[in-house]
Design a protein around this ligand. Structure first.
Ligand code: SF4
Length: 71
């Protein structure tokens, strides 16, 4: 299960994502919008130092398609 074991993880619900690219613009190393029109998470594990950036992306997603677990 994501979120167990103390490591924060972020995931995208591709059924909700509308492909705005906001997450990618905020954290291009982690998120990438695919040709199919939805974002892919390139790096799911979130180190403590990256939490503010990932939280910002989660909060900025207009479709509430990003979810942070284990943080
Ligand atoms: S910000 Fe949300 S809706 Fe936009 S591409 Fe990222 S996951 Fe999809």
């Amino acid at each position: 299960m994501p979120g167990t074991g103390g490591t924060a993880r972020v995931e995208v619900d591709t059924t909700k994502c509308i492909g705005t690219g906001i997450c990618e613009s905020l954290d291009p190393d982690r998120f990438e919008v695919q040709d199919e029109g939805f974002a892919k998470v390139l790096i799911a594990d979130v180190a403590d130092g990256d939490l503010p950036r990932v939280r910002d992306a989660v909060d900025s997603c207009p479709a509430q398609a990003l979810r942070l677990t284990g943080a």
